[in-house]
Every structure is written in structure tokens, then in C-alpha cells.
Write a protein that binds this ligand. Structure first.
Ligand code: ZN
Ligand code: CU
Length: 495
């Protein structure tokens, strides 16, 4: 008798082929059979809903969330069974007891006891808390650079470059899937292309990835794509462009040019993939988007405050509304916030993306989905933290017809698993790990909004993580069956 049988479902196996009716048997964490099932300890009647591989969030910042929120409710309730953390150049590892590791992590480690220095230590500490979902890690450029040379605005010396390469190498050796950059952020923005090439090259012998929040996503988007492709060619690694967009009204539509350039690179044999979040607003640390000596008023006018320990009363409000109340300009309010004590930690939401560009992105065949959710549950986080995957299936597949259901599932499962080296995941296939999501294609939709962002989606009936039912009919079971994954290897702790 097997552990679990799921009957009466339409299987979307992740490959992109048409859904088919089958029963799925799960035993000892893995899919035992897809076809007709015998009896089991636990039987679930799918009532004709769709069973897909668990969704893979290719762009997450959950390194610290595995300690603060090991139940990972905001991801699990979306049907996400694996996240890729350490994006945009910031990661929880490595740490250096002689340096300011909290600052180097971009705040990921703020308030965490985190008794670990490297990826093995991180994995061990995270597993002690029985994580609800799986995690794959990147090692971040901003983090290793800050640990090595602080906030110095200069090139690294050959010795410093060697130290940084060592940090990247150790993380890859221990199972990270690649090296990430965030070249708009400090200190990454002070690096030149050759520094990044030298570090990305460390990933080459591992055949690991270079993922990037590019140097520019607005006026110089196309130049930034050129730099990214050049880094990929010179280092001979697969490049993955994070949260592809063209920011700012003057740049709307440019994603078409950018994707055309990606297509040309693909045609020439280069390995390139991308991800996108299905929203017209971005989000991040407000201090990174503004020059205090010259506040961009146009940007300030499309900013909403997500979380702000300096002014809690601003959370969930547009800066323009606060400004009107105070008889100030939006830029003046931004400056007041950023210069207040702890104001530099403010997280904001920027309405800078065109809806048509979101659809252009989602229609592209090597486009994956990444939430870019910032797991700070205080205040009013960007709704992508809770809604990304059901939004793709509800709004863009069912309502808009931007892409087909089978294709959307493929790009949120098998394509991501193959790209990010998640062994035996991302498909419903005999012998694969049983990471599964049962959903109703007619009702699935995000319900999190900018005004009410912490709402779990509709239409997700059940989520299974490594063979254990982790979410069922709106309830989190507390199964805690997630694993820390190593690139193209067995999970941490299993040899
Ligand atoms: Zn980013
Ligand atoms: Cu990010």
C-alpha cells in the first residue's frame, strides 16, 4: 500500500503536452505511478481538477524567510513548492564574523541569529526548522563584494578579486545553483563588466548560472542586455535575466527590442533565459532608487510605501497622497522618509511598468515566472508575495489568453527545474519527487491587492511537498517536508 493516491484529476505533467486523466500514486516522497492506482493510506479525490508539478518561484528573496517564517505560507498557498533564493546580488551566505554580514546581505540577515557562515551551515540551520517548501540558493555579488571590500567605490585589487572568487567557489562547491548580481544596487553598481566576468567564470566548471538584476531596466535597458550577454559569452555560462521589464513610461514597449536581442543570442547558440512577475509595479528598498541630492520627482509620484519603520502610518499609502496632506512635493516626502532614523530600510512599491509589456514577456517561450516577493510581512508588501502564480493562471491564461494552460505550467515547472538544476522535479513522472499542486483552472486567481496584500489566492486545493500534504482546502498542515536543494545533486543531508 502506498502513502498517498490522488484520483480523478487532469494531469498537467509539466512537459507542455495536453492534460490527461489519470490517478497518481505517491510513496516515500516520490511519484510511484501515473495511471491507475491501487489503495493507499491517504486517498484524495481530485474531483476533476488539474494536478500539476509544484510551481517553482525562480526569483525569490526567501533566504531569511526560511528562519522567520519556516511555514512559508505566502508561497505554499500559491502552489509554490520550491523557491530560488539569493537573487539580485544579495544572499544570506557567506557570512564573515569579522565583517558586517547583516549589511552585506542587504538586510536579509537583520535580526536573525543565523549561526552559519557558508551554504552547508545555512542549509543545516534551515533544516532544523522543518521548512514547508524547498529552497535552492544563489550566491550574491553584492554580498561577497561588501564582505571583501566594504562599500569602497573602486575596482577590487587582484587579491580582493581572489577572495571574492573564493566565496563564490565555496558556495558553488556546496550546491548553490549560480552567482547573482544586482548591478543597480550598492556596492554592485561600482563594479565594471570585467569584474563580473571574472566572478561569473567561477561558475563555468560547475555549468552553473549567472543571474542578473541588470545595471539598468529603463533608459539603458538595451545596453544592459548587451552587457549581460557579453558576460555570458566571456564567462561561458548560462545567463538568466531577472524580472525582465522596461521601467518608466518613456521606455514602455522596449521589452520587445530586448527580447528580440535575446532571440538573436539564442539563435546564435547562447544559453539565455528570463523571468518576470505578472504585475505593473516593482518593489524594493527605496534608498536604492533615489539620489538624495537630486530626487527624481517623476518617480516619487508613482511610489507607494510598503513597509517603513520610520513612519508606520505611511504604510500602504501613495507618496503623492502623503505629500498633498502635508503641503509638500512627493520628492520632499521621499527625502524626509529616507533621511529619518532607519528610514533607509523603507521598502517601496513603484508603478513603473506597462501592462502590455507584462503580456509581451509572458508570451515569450523562455520566460519563467518569479515572484520577486519581499517576505517582510509588516506593513503592506507588494501583492506579488502572495499572488504571483495564481495570477498568471487566472488573469493571463484564463482571462486574457496570453498563453495556454499547458505552456504556462511548463514554464512554471519543468523549464525552471531544468534551468536551475532541480533534480527529478518539475514534472509529474514516475520516480520524480512528489511536489504537486491541485488547482481548479476555472477559479484559480490571486486575491492579494495593493490595498489588501496578504490574502491567500483562490482555487488552490492542495499542495504536496516531497510526498507530504502541506496545504489542503485552505489549511496549512504544518508538514514541514521541504528540503534544501543542491544544484544538479541530491538534496542537502542525503549524501
Ligand atoms: Zn532585482
Ligand atoms: Cu529581486
Amino acid at each position: 500500500m502506498v502513502d498517498l493516491v490522488i484520483r480523478n484529476v487532469k494531469v498537467l505533467d509539466g512537459s507542455g503536452t495536453d492534460a490527461f486523466e489519470a490517478d497518481v500514486e505517491v510513496d516515500d516522497g516520490r511519484i510511484r505511478s501515473v495511471g491507475t492506482a491501487g489503495s493507499a493510506d491517504q486517498e484524495i479525490d481530485g474531483q476533476g481538477a488539474c494536478l500539476a508539478p509544484g510551481f517553482i518561484d525562480t526569483h525569490a528573496h526567501d533566504d531569511g524567510a526560511f528562519f522567520r517564517h519556516p511555514g512559508m505560507q505566502f508561497k505554499l498557498a500559491q502552489g509554490v513548492t520550491t523557491v530560488v533564493s539569493g537573487n539580485c546580488g544579495f544572499s544570506a551566505i557567506p557570512q564573515d564574523p569579522d565583517r558586517d554580514s547583516v549589511a552585506a546581505s542587504g538586510g536579509i540577515l537583520a535580526g536573525l541569529e543565523g549561526d552559519f557562515k557558508d551554504l552547508n551551515g545555512y542549509f543545516g540551520a534551515a533544516m532544523e526548522l522543518n521548512p514547508a517548501i524547498n529552497n535552492m540558493m544563489l550566491v550574491g555579488h553584492n554580498t561577497v563584494r561588501a564582505l571583501t571590500m566594504g562599500m569602497d567605490q573602486r575596482e577590487p585589487t587582484p587579491d580582493e578579486l581572489g577572495v571574492m572568487r573564493g566565496h563564490v567557489e565555496r558556495a558553488l562547491e556546496q550546491g548553490a545553483c549560480g552567482f547573482s548580481t544586482g548591478l543597480i544596487y550598492r556596492p554592485g553598481r561600482w563594479s565594471d563588466t570585467q569584474e563580473v566576468v571574472a566572478l561569473a567564470k567561477v561558475a563555468q566548471p560547475y555549468d552553473a548560472l549567472y543571474t542578473t538584476h541588470m545595471r539598468n531596466e529603463g533608459d539603458k535597458l538595451l545596453e544592459a542586455v548587451e552587457e549581460t550577454l557579453q558576460i555570458g559569452l566571456e564567462s561561458d555560462v548560462h545567463v538568466h535575466i531577472s524580472h525582465h521589464k522596461s521601467a518608466g513610461r518613456a521606455n514602455w514597449g522596449k521589452v520587445k527590442n530586448s527580447l528580440a536581442r535575446v532571440d538573436a543570442a539564442l539563435a546564435a547558440g547562447q544559453r539565455v533565459t528570463l523571468d518576470v512577475y505578472p504585475y505593473t509595479a516593482g518593489s524594493g528598498r527605496m534608498i536604492e532608487y533615489f539620489n538624495l541630492d537630486h530626487i527624481n520627482e517623476e518617480l516619487a509620484e508613482v511610489i507607494r510605501i510598503a513597509s517603513c519603520s520610520a513612519f508606520r502610518e505611511y504604510e500602504g499609502r501613495m507618496v503623492v497622497d502623503i505629500a498633498e496632506e502635508q503641503g509638500l512635493s512627493a520628492g520632499e516626502v521621499v527625502k524626509d522618509i529616507l533621511t529619518a532614523p532607519r528610514g533607509d530600510r523603507t521598502i517601496c512599491i513603484q508603478f513603473i511598468i506597462d501592462e502590455a509589456d507584462v503580456e509581451t514577456n509572458l508570451a515569450h517561450e523562455v520566460m519563467m515566472v518569479g515572484s520577486d516577493g519581499i517576505p517582510d510581512l509588516r506593513g503592506s508588501p507588494h501583492p506579488r508575495l502572495f499572488g504571483t502564480f495564481p495570477r498568471v493562471l487566472g488573469r493571463y491564461v484564463r482571462e486574457r489568453g496570453t498563453l495556454g494552460l499547458e505552456e504556462a505550467v511548463r514554464r512554471m515547472t519543468s523549464l525552471s527545474a531544468e534551468t536551475f538544476g532541480l533534480v527529478e522535479r518539475g514534472r509529474i513522472k514516475e520516480g520524480y519527487w512528489a511536489d504537486l499542486v491541485l488547482f481548479d483552472p476555472a477559479t484559480i486567481i490571486d486575491t492579494a491587492t495593493y490595498d489588501d496584500p496578504k490574502r491567500e489566492p483562490d482555487g488552490i486545493r492542495m499542495v504536496v511537498v516531497n510526498g507530504k500534504v502541506a496545504y489542503h482546502q485552505g489549511a496549512h498542515t504544518g508538514a514541514g517536508s521541504g528540503k534544501m536543494l543542491r544544484y544538479r545533486r541530491s538534496p542537502f543531508g542525503s549524501g
